[in-house]
Write a protein that binds this ligand. Structure first.
Ligand code: MN
Length: 732
């Protein structure tokens, strides 16, 4: 994309004919040339040259990107609606609807006016996204228009130069970057930088110039050496040095707070070869000879950047200690690296119509795809015109940030990387320790903006803290942190209770008191209240965290301050008490009318719980087994069934086996366990098996529940867990 060429009709057509041969297409472009040149005939630019030269240059930039015929026409005609009053219908009649739509799209972007600078930038940013959602070609025409305006910016007043240049840096260059138009982005940035900071620009430009020959020498030597290294390897490749553009050197100096020399020390070469495999082969040979710098190898072939960029990056040291950045990629990857979207969209005659062409680009840009989805929603909610939509946009309550792979994450305004992390995945949220936003490390409480690319750093050994509740903005993240903290607290509680039990047992042993007698829940019950505890667990928790004096408690229990108790006497007392308790109901909480001496047990096959419809089965020698009425094991045993019912007052616990059918994913079991622990019920067994299809899994869990209501509730909540397909009670 040369800046100094005088573009003529001949030059444009020479370029266009390198990839467009269809006569109809060429005729349409010629017609657009004549039409626009006629419409602009009495208009002149600030430079004094005919206005049409601008349109011609824009078309030429597009031709260099191998744009299709309609897009070239769009470039030639892009200012005719706004500056010459040509109507949509006229363009549609003279050319076709698509060309008319492209010109209209470009005009709409150019015609919106905003009050102040900040509002202007924010609105423009999203406005362009919206325009893109209609047709990505509109944006490429607009970028080409801006590029030519930047190339000819010297004719404007200083104030206007600064305004346009800063808008180019803030709005246009980032979009060119998003679309992978690296060459265009670099030129836009360098041109704009020259106007926003004239001194700094020339300082760096002069330093670059002064060191040019020395630098070229070092690079030349490396190229010769690598050539030698690869010469007998039967590889087809080309290799060249590359220079960094001025603005990126400046940005690096600012961001890393380094001097020009430190940044400039980086030498850069690029190897272009035929196949992916060749890329890895060449990397291997280079690493074999030169020492690679640790952690600098980036494989963007396996994991492309969101803008479709692919390449291998590595850094090596030559024998004189020069640091080299090496990029290795195929020709195709190189085209994409330089032309981005346009490389895919490069016009292929006869093979694509423009619709299919656009579809292909969109499919490749995953973030673009997501953005369209978001905008479609916006459109349905507010069927107003473009301007209104944008106005609303400025005040709207959402930001849209992206993962490094280009997935768009919608968050409430004011959200932080922590909200982002939880939205991506609960586990990523729980283990987040820091974030890289647009390439820079930031704290977790940084407020995110639309368009930010966010990479969350995690560490498995850390977890959420109370402070995080102050950092997050979204309700989902808040809830996830709260439930994590609750679970932790619960775990701590169980630990403390166990510690209390241990301390208690030790104290009994020390006093030579029999554990079997004193460490009995019923017996302990008599002293809970005196220590303001309501139950066994509360009491042991208090012992565990030492808010109850262990001495006093054991004293109370033994009724003899500091003295040992007569074990035998107490055993008798205790046994008497137990015998006096009337026992009319079985241990299982089942009442069998008229028979109270018989053994009554819960059947192990269908495992009824209080609330189930039940029936007793009279076994030979094992008393009565209580089954669910639907249990298939007793279906043919009518003669041996007996009516039984649940005791309504009892406080019993029932075992139950559940089968959870799910599609397999990470952390599924951990999510299940978390849920069970939130219900504060005990989990006594777990089996799981991944089915032969390697997609589905079943997980059997054994839990203890009070009654059918609780069981039904747990099952309903298990079903809500992500990827769980079904939850059933097991009958064996
Ligand atoms: Mn223009």
């Amino acid at each position: 994309m040369s800046t100094k060429v005088e573009v003529t009709k001949e030059l444009l057509f020479e370029k266009v004919k390198t990839y467009i041969n269809e006569q109809n297409s060429l005729k349409m472009i010629e017609k657009a040339y004549d039409f626009a040149s006629d419409k602009h005939k009495n208009q002149f630019r600030k430079s004094g040259e005919p206005y049409f030269n601008h349109a011609l240059n824009v078309a030429y930039i597009l031709a260099n990107l191998q744009a299709g015929p309609q897009t070239i026409c769009g470039g030639l005609l892009h200012d005719t609606m706004e500056d010459c009053g040509v109507s949509y219908d006229e363009i549609k009649k003279e050319f076709d609807e698509e060309v008319a739509k492209l010109v209209e799209g470009v005009s709409k972007i150019g015609s919106l006016k905003f009050q102040d600078e900040k509002e202007y930038l924010a609105a423009n940013h999203r406005k362009i996204f919206i325009a893109m959602a209609k047709d990505v070609r509109v944006i490429i025409i607009k970028l080409s228009d801006r590029l030519h305006n930047m190339r000819t910016l010297m004719y404007h007043t200083e104030e206007k130069q600064k305004k346009i240049a800063s808008e180019t840096l803030n709005v246009y260059a980032p979009i060119a970057h998003r679309l992978g138009l690296a060459e265009m982005k670099n030129e836009l940035e360098d041109l704009a930088f020259m106007y926003t900071d004239y001194e700094k620009y020339h300082e760096i430009a002069n330093l670059l110039e002064a060191k040019k020959s020395e630098r070229e020498e070092v690079i030349k030597q490396m190229i010769v050496d690598i050539d030698k290294l690869l010469s007998d390897k039967k590889l087809v490749y080309r290799i060249f040095g590359r220079s960094k553009h001025i603005y990126s050197i400046y940005r690096k100096m600012e961001r890393k707070n380094r001097s020009f020399e430190e940044i400039y020390d980086l030498y850069a070469i690029r190897v272009i070869t035929q196949t992916e495999l060749n890329c890895y082969e060449i990397l291997g040979h280079i690493h074999n000879k030169y020492r690679p710098v640790p952690n600098r190898l980036k494989d963007y072939i396996a994991v492309p950047k969101p803008n479709m960029y692919q390449s291998l990056h590595t850094s090596i040291l030559d024998n004189n200690g020069h640091l080299f950045e090496v990029q290795i990629r195929t020709e195709k990857m190189n085209d994409i690296a330089e032309m981005g979207v346009a490389a895919h969209w490069a016009y292929k005659e006869g093979k694509y119509n423009s619709k299919a062409e656009q579809k292909e680009i969109e499919n490749k840009l995953s973030w673009f795809h997501d953005m369209i989805g978001l905008l479609d929603d916006l459109e349905q909610d507010h069927p107003t015109d473009l301007v209104d939509k944008i106005q609303k946009d400025i005040f709207e309550a959402n930001v849209y940030a992206m993962t490094p792979k280009g997935r768009v994450i919608e968050l409430p305004n004011g959200s932080t990387p922590l909200d982002f992390a939880y939205r991506v995945h609960t586990e990523i949220g729980h283990t987040a320790v820091g974030a890289i936003v647009n390439g820079a490390h930031v704290p977790l409480n940084t407020v995110l903006n639309t368009g930010d690319v966010v990479n969350i750093r995690t560490n498995k050994n850390t977890g959420p803290s109370e402070d995080w509740l102050k950092i997050v903005k979204s309700a989902t993240a808040r809830n996830k942190i709260k439930s994590y903290l609750m679970k932790k607290e619960n775990e701590l509680r169980v630990e403390t209770i166990e510690k209390g039990e241990k301390l208690f047992a030790e104290e009994l042993k020390k006093r030579n008191l029999d554990e079997k007698i004193y460490f009995d829940k019923n017996k302990l019950e008599s002293i809970y209240k005196e220590f303001s505890s309501n139950n066994y667990n509360e009491f042991m928790y208090a012992v565990g965290n030492k808010s109850i004096s262990l001495q006093q408690a054991v004293d109370k229990l033994s009724n003899t301050k500091g003295q040992n108790l007569d074990n035998e006497a107490l055993t008798k007392l205790f046994q008497q008490r137990m015998q006096n308790k009337p026992r009319t109901i079985s241990a299982a909480g089942v009442v069998v009318e008229g028979i109270d001496s018989m053994m009554v047990n819960i059947a192990g096959c269908c495992m009824p719980v209080n609330g189930d419809e039940i029936v007793g089965f009279i076994t030979r020698g094992q008393g009565i087994k209580v089954h669910r009425t639907e249990c298939p094991n007793i279906a043919n045993e009518k003669n041996r069934l007996i009516e039984v019912k649940w005791d309504s007052d009892g406080d019993y616990q029932y075992d139950s086996w559940l089968r959870i059918d799910a599609t397999d994913r990470n952390y599924l079991i951990s999510d299940i366990i978390t849920l069970i622990s939130q219900f504060k019920i005990s989990l006594n067994g777990i089996n799981s098996e991944v089915l032969p299809d390697r997609i589905n899994v079943y997980i059997d869990i054994k839990i203890k529940v009070k009654n059918l209501d609780q069981l039904t509730n747990v099952m309903a909540n298990l079903k809500k867990i992500n990827s769980v397909v079904n939850v059933t009670r097991i009958i064996r």
